[in-house]
Design a protein around this ligand. Structure first.
Ligand code: A3P
Length: 324
C-alpha cells in the first residue's frame, strides 16, 4: 500500500472535505488518540480556567484589572500582536493552533494554585467562539458583563469617535442607530457594531447551547461601576478563589476620575487610562427613545432567560422593562 506524499494527501483530503478546512481544536488530553501523539514535553493544563468574554464597552478592562490585583488570579501574558487581548477564539489567530494559544499562559507546575484567565471582549457576540471555546475548554467558567444595551451602544459610538473614525465623526449617534437599509455601508457597519452585541439573550443562548448554566457567570456592568467590591466578591465566591481578597481595602472611588480605582501600596490611586471612563455628553432623548423600542423585545428575552436561570435581574433591566 503506497500513499501519496503528506502534502498532496492533505490537499486531496481537503478537496474532498472542504468543510473540514476550518479546524475545531480540542484539548489533546481529552481524547486518548490525541494524547498518544501529543509530545511528552507538552502539557494540557497550560490553558485558562476562566474566560471573560465581554461584550465590549461593558467594563471588561476594569474587571480585568481588578481580577489581576488578586494574588491568586493571573491573566495571560500580554500579546504584542493584538494589543492587550489574545482574541484567539474569535479571529484569524485561531488558525495558529493550540500551541500558539498555550504560549500565552504560564506552565502549570508552580502556578497550579493560580486561577489563570483570559479576557477578550470580542468573544461574547462572535458566532464561532462558544463552539470553539467549548471544544477546547469544556470545563472553563465563562464570565460576561451586561450593561444597558443602549448605553453600551452609545459607549461604542463614543469609542469610535475618540478613535477618529470618520463615520462616527460625520454622523450623529441617532443617524447611526436609526440608519435604514439603503444607508452607506460604513454607516450600516458602525450601526451593527453599536447594536448587535446588545442583543444579549440571543448571544447568551448561543453560549448556553454549549456550556451548562452553572459554568456561566453574568455580572452587572452598572454595579461594576458603582459598587465594584460587591461584584468582585461575587466573582471570588463563584470561582471559589482562595484566599478571599478584601477588595474593600484595595479599591477606592476617585472623584476626579469619577470611577473606582486601585489603591497602590504607597497609598496613591491608580485609575484606568483615559480611554476608559470617557467624558461625553449624555445621550439625546431621540436616540434614547429609539433604542428603548429597538431593544424592547431583546430585553424581554433577557428577562426570561435570567429568570429561567434563577439569576437576579440587574436594576437597569428592571428600569428598561418598566418603560415598556
Ligand atoms: P465609557 O468610557 O464609555 O464610560 P471596556 O473596558 O469593556 O471597553 O469598557 C469601558 C467602560 O468601562 C467605560 O465606558 C466605563 O463606563 C466602564 N467602567 C466600569 N468601571 C470602570 C472603572 N473603574 N474605570 C473606568 N471605566 C470603568
Amino acid at each position: 500500500f503506497i500513499s501519496i506524499p503528506p502534502l498532496e494527501l492533505a490537499n486531496k483530503y481537503f478537496s474532498l472535505y472542504p468543510e473540514e478546512k476550518d479546524p475545531i481544536w480540542q484539548n489533546p488530553c481529552d481524547d486518548k488518540r490525541h494524547l498518544a501523539i501529543w509530545s511528552e514535553n507538552k502539557s494540557c493544563d497550560r490553558l485558562p480556567k476562566f474566560l471573560v468574554i465581554g461584550p465590549q464597552k461593558t467594563g471588561t478592562t476594569a474587571l480585568y484589572s481588578f481580577l489581576s490585583m488578586h494574588p491568586s488570579i493571573m491573566s495571560n501574558f500580554p500579546s504584542t500582536k493584538t494589543f492587550e487581548e489574545v482574541q484567539f477564539f474569535s479571529g484569524a489567530n485561531y488558525h495558529r493552533g493550540i500551541d500558539w494559544y498555550m504560549e500565552f499562559f504560564p506552565l502549570p507546575n508552580n502556578s497550579s494554585t493560580h486561577y489563570v484567565f483570559e479576557k477578550s471582549a470580542t468573544y461574547f457576540d462572535n458566532h464561532q467562539v462558544a463552539e470553539r471555546a467549548y471544544a477546547m475548554l469544556p470545563r472553563a467558567r465563562i464570565v460576561t458583563i451586561l450593561l444597558s444595551p443602549s448605553k453600551r451602544a452609545y459607549s461604542w459610538y463614543q469609542h469610535m469617535r475618540a478613535h477618529a473614525d470618520p463615520t462616527a465623526l460625520n454622523y450623529s449617534f441617532f443617524e447611526v442607530v436609526s440608519a435604514l437599509e439603503g444607508a452607506p455601508k460604513a454607516v450600516r457597519d458602525l450601526q451593527n457594531r453599536c447594536l448587535r452585541p446588545g442583543m444579549y439573550a440571543e448571544h447568551l443562548d448561543r453560549w448556553l447551547s454549549y456550556y451548562p448554566p452553572n459554568q456561566l457567570l453574568i455580572l452587572d456592568g452598572e454595579l461594576l461601576k458603582n459598587d465594584p467590591v460587591s461584584v468582585m466578591n461575587k466573582v471570588q465566591r463563584y470561582l471559589k478563589i482562595k484566599p478571599f481578597y478584601n477588595y474593600e481595602q484595595h479599591l477606592k472611588f476617585d472623584s476626579k476620575k469619577g470611577f473606582y480605582c486601585q489603591i497602590l501600596p504607597e497609598g496613591k490611586t491608580k485609575c484606568l487610562g483615559k480611554s476608559k471612563g470617557r467624558n461625553y455628553p449624555i445621550m439625546d432623548s431621540q436616540s434614547q427613545k429609539f433604542l428603548q423600542q429597538y431593544y424592547k423585545q431583546h430585553n424581554i428575552e433577557l428577562f426570561k432567560l435570567l429568570s429561567r436561570l434563577g439569576q437576579q435581574l440587574p436594576e437597569w433591566l428592571q428600569d428598561e422593562l418598566q418603560v415598556i
